[in-house]
Design a protein around this ligand. Structure first.
Ligand code: AMP
Length: 225
């Protein structure tokens, strides 16, 4: 299963991606997580990416595209993958398609994107989720100060790691990120609808209900193709 999870920041792509990754035993490829790991390790890529991420704007396409293409070459992607947070622009989507087409032309095997699931959440809920979100520095588990706080303040229930607020989850950056989503990522809905790959799911309410809806949407898609 080769899947793209689309949705605004705070829509729940990370949460659903994590659940689906375990259920279907395929990797969740989160460009945000890969970029944050690079920032943490102060790699050259991380230093370049940080200035964009801190402002809530997108890291240049060429950086992110080559990062994803490299990751997709991993052996663990052979039986499928979940792209979480990529593509985020029409250019990124085009570059992904061109890469796969290029691989096929050279006689190699390349994956097809089978499903694009859009997790739809209203703006007010997104702001509430993002401003209260806390993340484990070690295992990237997600918490929320009011909806799902950790048992011990500041400590991850799963791994004991330190829980922090992402710089770009601070209120002044949230607006910028939502605007970037509306201007740059939202057009992908039309892009993938035209390719008959897009299916929308209501991303509000209980996590397991949303997972069920996502799985149904994936299955519905695979019957259509
Ligand atoms: P996320 O964790 O997906 O919300 O991503 C956090 C930040 O990483 C974004 O605000 C961007 O600055 C950057 N980022 C993540 N994915 C991409 C992408 N596909 N293209 C460009 N920038 C990205």
């Amino acid at each position: 299963m080769n899947l793209i999870l689309l949705g605004a920041p705070g829509a729940g792509k990370g949460t659903q991606g994590h659940i689906l990754s375990e259920r279907f035993s395929i990797p969740q490829i989160s460009t945000g997580d890969i970029l944050r790991a690079n920032v943490r390790n102060k790699t050259q890529l991380g230093v370049r990416a940080k200035e964009y991420m801190d402002k809530g704007v997108l890291v240049p396409d060429e950086i992110v595209v080559s990062m994803v293409v490299d990751r997709l070459k991993g052996d663990d992607c052979i039986s499928g993958f979940i792209l979480d947070g990529f593509p985020r622009t029409i250019r990124q989507a085009g570059a992904l398609e061109e890469t796969f087409n290029g691989m096929r032309k050279e006689g190699g095997i390349a994956p097809f994107i089978e499903s694009v699931i859009g997790i739809e959440v209203d703006r007010k809920t997104l702001v509430k989720r993002l401003s209260g979100r806390r993340v484990c520095r070690k295992c990237a588990a997600n918490y929320h100060v009011s909806f799902s706080p950790p048992q011990n303040i500041g400590m991850c229930d799963k791994c004991g790691g330190e829980i922090y607020q992402r710089d770009d989850d601070k209120e002044e950056t949230i607006e910028a990120r939502l605007l970037v989503y509306e201007n740059e990522t939202f057009p992908l809905i039309d892009y993938y609808t035209k390719k008959k790959l897009y299916r929308a799911v209501d991303g509000t309410g209980a996590v397991d209900r949303i997972t069920k809806a996502v799985v149904e949407a994936i299955e519905k898609g695979s019957h259509n193709t």
